[in-house]
Design a protein around this ligand. Sequence first.
Ligand code: MN
Length: 501
Amino acid sequence: MKRGWFFEIPKNLDANLLFKELKTYCSPSDVERAVLAYDYAAEAHKDKKRYSGEPYITHPLTAAYFLAKMHIDINIVIAGLLHDVPEDAGIPLEEIAKNFGDDIAGMIKGITKLGKLKYRGLERYIENLRKMFLAMAEDMRVMIIKFADRIHNLKTLEFHTPAKQYRIAKESLEIYAPIANRLGMGEFKGALEDLSFPYVYPEEYARVKKIRDNFISESEEYLEQTMETAKKELAKNNIQTIDVHGRKKQLYSLYQKCLAKNWMVDQIYDIVALRVVVKDLGDCYAALGIIHKLWRPLKGRIKDYIAQPKPNGYQSLHTTVFCDDGKIVEFQIRTPEMHDEAEYGIAAHWHYDEKGKAKIPNRDIPWAKELAKIQKEILNNMSDLENLKLDFFQNRIFIFTPVGDVIDLPENATPVDFAYQIHTDVGNKCIGAKINDQMVSLDTPLKNGDVVEILVDRTRKNPNSDWLEFVKTNSAKTKIKEALNNNKTNWLKKLIPPLKK
Ligand code: MN
């Protein structure tokens, strides 16, 4: 698998560089599809510019390039190229489906919906996200593209107003990064966090960066030597090391640790950890033994995440040892497969190996189960927000307003139910509805993920009593009856004037 930092943007990034990358792992016909998608997107966005002044197409191009660098499945890359076409260029999804197939159009549909979710205070936002998770359980690939999209947006945040910078960065830090983490996508999580960190906590960012920079400049040489010693000793014992490298702790993650340790920085042993990649499971434990023979381990610091993986699937052996001169160093031992999982998590399942052979997509991955777990985790972390039980969501559908709010309704609910969920007045004055931009009758059953727009007539006085025949929610029923009764009483009041005192 490809390793390293995938979110660098080359100075000379253009479509050809993307195609060149794709050629290293895709078939010529797949590359050709990407060329078509690029041309299509470039044409669709041709009149638009980014805040940076660059042509808009640089954005989807960069997002797609990040994905291609990881050797991700071509359809995901193509969806990355096209991801803003419906939203920004107003081209309907059917067009995209016609040109690029249903699979790609389906992903873009998911992204477009995500894009419409707007931050309006944390509580509301978490609420929305929670529902969104379930609504998008159908296709996890959407998240991979969304992360690449967001990472590029974070990298070009400087061109926005401070308020917008803060909003986007905070949302990335608090919502996107934890999701990436939960999905085991370490590379994405690290990038999302470290790109957001300086905008949300500028002073803390500077402080932590200084701590890490100082540590590295003080220990670099020492760590080099330790790495060499370990490598030699492992080789002497017939353990083949595929890779030994130092990994710097990500700044935001270091910040979290500083907080946990009350800024007692000398108690943090993994500002730089030494990573040892060996060929198989047996070698992991063997390597651990050899390192422990070489250097004495700290008590209680040996962690076997192989036997007991972290909840996000992370596997490795961790140990902290007293190296020469009593210096303390953390080692992380793993196989290449564990390494891939740690960096890419769920994304690794759509990854192509070096020979361009898809070991994936693995259709058997239980995404829904994964998402249910995430869901639970989010719920657990929201003790102060109103508790909603998981089963509450069963047999519910999630409907989007045109501005991206999510309304949940029982199955087969209608636009009228939806209208009353938004506001009683919207219900009472509702005269028509559009589902996914199509005019429909008011009794049309809604489907999960529909975007619904309610047309109102402000002069309308009464709801229609016929609606009682088809509405599915009790609240709509009650409100319709209430409105009808009120009007009846009003009418009676007019007929029988109140007695004069
Ligand atoms: Mn975008």
